[in-house]
Design a protein around this ligand. Structure first.
Ligand code: FAD
Length: 498
């Protein structure tokens, strides 16, 4: 490599976080190379095709339209590509056989609906929704137009108690109230006994306000990102990762890396939008402080999902909606590995294909940990697609999920055709090493591995960092970008867009 080779800013991992930060950096004038181990970009945004139908893997709905997500899309130049469509939301509580149809619109409407369903707990329900709004209003990082905001959530009193402690203080009298209010634990994967109340509220509020699906799901994002990345001359290398960090400056900056394709690159900064294991293994041992090792050593991955993907017959009456099927009212049990309790998200989707025909699909995803697959099928699955224990496991769980579907959608019987299923093992392909749905758990009193790292020109982002989900990872990418380029460059970029 010539001594004067221009320096590249590397982005490792091309999920929602990596794509966002790569585009921001390129817009800010950096020479950007995006590295992705898989054959295509997108991570959990990637879709697949069965019988001519497109299915999402790790992106079925989001919140935040009208607020932060709309700002993000505008700044990135994707606002005309991503079309939000409101999604009806229902909850089925199996223990009591109760079905709740939640009103869309404002948090107040939702609070009033639930207050009417659970009159003994009406005032506690109203207080909870008010608290969600107050916490979000006092979280400045949701306002991306302000370059002077802090780049991490300012901790409040509510960051020091868990969601469960808060629920215990409320002494709800009706069974199911905690379950319904805490339902969005399925959108971050940390049980009520571990998640700080404030973080739970920050993630839930947008979903309660603007639950939406995106027309053409992950395809819409990937298509739009590809166009913009090309426009800003981002070089994308699929099937490639960093094999080794080669040279360091005296102030702990990485200056050169060796790629898995044997190429060497001079480096300006590196943004790791991947699991922390990836960069912690690349960093020289002497640069990892004992406290960082301890912090990472204590962290745990969230659950993943077992999913079935199905076609619905054209003539079947079906509306787009999210139905959350909850087998037991105890949310801690629901998220514990190995427990028989579970929650299943069921999404009915209507999508117009390129011939103008409306196609109906159905996806159900039941929470599950990778350890539950290996406990049933053996630790080393090898070529899992032909492993008989694994195939039998998939068949058995698919049948269980299907039976649950028929309990809440009896009219889908004989009109729903399962085309594929996926386990946490499959998710590993999209998000190695353990295919967790939301990265690392957000545990009380534990700081996140986010932003600048001990190798000082390296930064951590992605769903392991500030917040999970598509919105959380994109927001985190903005904050990490601002930390790296500084407030002035950030302000210049924002000024052009907003
Ligand atoms: C079944 C399921 C359903 C979900 N549903 C929703 C939903 O409806 N709404 C929502 O908001 N969120 C949902 N999520 C969560 C959401 O998908 C994630 O939180 C989010 O997409 C994570 O984005 P990311 O960029 O951090 O990581 P990922 O999307 O995991 O991307 C990481 C990328 O890095 C690549 N990579 C890994 N290691 C390396 C390496 N060494 N070198 C180079 N590249 C590497 C991977 O191949 C991958 O492409 C769901 C998740 C699952 C599993």
């Amino acid at each position: 490599m010539p001594a004067t080779a221009p320096k590249e800013t590397l982005v490792v991992g091309s999920g929602a976080a990596g794509l966002t930060v790569a585009l921001l950096l390129a817009k800010a004038g950096r020479r950007v190379t995006l590295l992705e181990t898989q054959s295509g970009i997108g991570g959990y945004l990637r879709r697949f095709t069965r019988n001519g139908l497109r299915f999402d893997t790790g992106f079925h709905f989001t919140g935040g339209f009208g607020d932060t997500l709309s700002q993000i899309l505008t700044i990135l130049g994707l606002e005309n590509d991503i079309k939000a469509e409101p999604l009806r939301s229902r909850i089925y509580l199996q223990e009591t056989g109760r079905m709740l149809t939640l009103p869309g619109g404002s948090l107040e409407e939702r609070a009033e609906y639930l207050a009417a369903v659970f009159p003994e707990d009406a005032s506690a329900i109203r207080n909870y929704f008010q608290l969600e709004q107050d916490i979000v209003a006092s979280t400045p990082l949701f306002d991306l137009s302000n370059a002077d905001q802090p780049i991490a959530p300012q901790l409040s009193l509510y960051d020091s108690i868990t969601l469960q402690e808060y629920f215990q203080q409320q002494r709800f009298s009706s069974p199911g109230v905690e379950t319904v209010l805490g339902m969005m634990v399925f959108c971050h994967g940390t049980p009520p006994s571990e998640i700080p109340l404030a973080q739970h509220c920050r993630i839930s509020c947008g979903l309660h306000q603007h639950l939406s699906r995106v027309e053409h799901g992950g395809d819409a994002f990937i298509r739009a990102f590809k166009r913009e990345l090309e426009r800003y001359q981002v070089k994308t290398r699929t099937g490639t990762s960093i094999a080794k960090m080669l040279r360091f400056s005296s102030d702990c900056q990485c200056q050169e890396v060796l790629l898995s394709n044997a190429e060497t690159l001079a480096v300006e900064d590196i943004f790791f939008a991947v699991h922390p294991e990836v960069y912690l293994q690349l960093f020289p041992a002497e640069m990892l402080s004992p406290s960082l090792r301890r912090r990472y050593g204590k962290s745990q991955d969230t659950c993943s999902f077992f999913s079935i993907y199905a076609a619905l017959d054209d003539e079947l009456a079906a509306e787009p909606e999210l139905l959350q099927y909850i087998s037991c009212n105890d949310l801690n049990r629901l998220l514990s590995p190995g427990d028989s309790a579970y929650g299943t998200g069921m999404v009915t989707n209507l999508e117009t294909d390129h011939r103008g025909r409306v196609r109906k699909t159905f996806t159900a995803f039941r929470n599950m940990h990778l350890s539950e697959v290996t406990a049933q099928c053996g630790p080393e699955l090898g070529s899992y697609s032909s492993n008989p224990r694994y195939l039998e496991f998939k068949r058995r769980i698919s049948e269980q999920v299907y039976q649950d579907v028929l309990k809440v959608y009896p009219h889908y019987d004989r009109h729903l055709h399962i085309l594929a299923s996926a386990t946490p093992y499959t998710c590993r392909r999209y998000s190695p090493p353990r295919g967790s749905a939301y990265g690392l758990k957000i545990k009380i009193a534990e700081s996140r591995l986010s932003g600048q790292l001990p190798v000082r020109n390296c930064y951590a982002l992605g769903h392991h960092a500030i917040m999970p989900g598509i919105l959380g990872t994109m927001l985190g990418a903005f904050l990490t970008f601002r930390q790296a380029v500084g407030a002035e460059a950030y302000r210049a970029l924002i000024r052009q867009a907003l």
